[in-house]
Design a protein. Structure first.
Length: 254
């Protein structure tokens, strides 16, 4: 007579089912089924700081999109008026592997990057330089990302902050303020006269000099100069005014 234990039969049956499932599925990875276990490439960052000259970046193989943060330089300040801060823009740009781009990083006090030049008279201040990435060396028209620089102060007020679609206007504490308007997306900021206006990529010159940017800020008399505007030819992620102190910088993530 065949004798068997019911519990043993149940155990053998369950073990057989597990074996069949294992053979059907192959190796089983006992992990949280909600986790994403796909392979993801580590992101790389290329950074640029002020050098006083253009620097180059060649798009690596396999890269077709980059995220760029460009921050314009702060404007020059004096003991009686703090420096206004430059703007920072972050955006995503479509690129082609092998192409070369050129980085220009603005300076706070010497005007590199399109900052205007202050007058030699009185407590004048230079505008902060704009910071940009361009596709053609030396060509303002080829800029694809621009962080606006801040306007410089003068004896009557602090400069306007850089960045945003329209740069900040200068401040005044009195006198007869003239000019000092921020650059926009289509025109330089107004100065106290046409010769003091901001222009494409350039801040206006005056006692307070405009910040560089997509369009530069206007120079100011008895008022701080205007800040330069920011710009992106791709998809804007953030576009902030007055967030950067000191010289400009660029971070490119891909």
């Amino acid at each position: 007579m065949l004798l068997f234990n019911v519990n043993h039969v149940y155990f053998i049956f369950a073990l057989s089912l597990l074996l069949v499932k294992t053979l059907a599925l192959g190796d089983v990875d006992f992990v949280n089924p909600t986790e994403d276990h796909s392979m993801s490439r580590r992101l790389d960052t290329v950074s640029f700081t002020y050098t006083g000259a253009e620097e180059t970046m060649v798009v690596p193989t396999g890269v077709d999109s980059v995220t760029v943060t460009a921050c314009g330089a702060a404007g020059q300040g004096r003991s009686n008026y703090d420096a206004a801060d430059g703007g920072c823009i972050t955006c995503t740009i479509t690129v082609t592997a092998g192409d070369t781009y050129y980085a220009v990083v603005g300076h706070q006090t010497n005007g590199y990057g399109g900052g205007g030049q202050g007058s030699s008279m009185g407590e004048s201040c230079n505008g902060g330089g704009g910071t940009d990435v361009r596709s053609t060396s030396g060509d303002l028209n080829s800029r694809i990302v621009v962080g606006g620089g801040a306007g410089g102060c003068n004896g009557k007020g602090k400069g306007g902050v850089g960045g945003g679609l329209i740069g900040g206007n200068g401040e005044t504490s009195g006198g007869t303020p003239q000019g000092g308007n921020g650059g926009t997306q289509s025109a330089g900021g107004a100065g106290r006269s046409a010769s003091k206006n901001g222009a494409f990529g350039l801040g206006g010159n005056d006692y307070g000099a405009g910040g560089g940017g997509w369009y530069g800020g206007g120079g100011g008399s008895d008022i701080g100069a205007g800040g330069g505007s920011s710009y992106c030819s791709g998809t804007i992620v953030t576009n902030l005014q007055g967030t950067n102190t000191g010289n400009g910088y660029i971070d490119i993530v891909y």
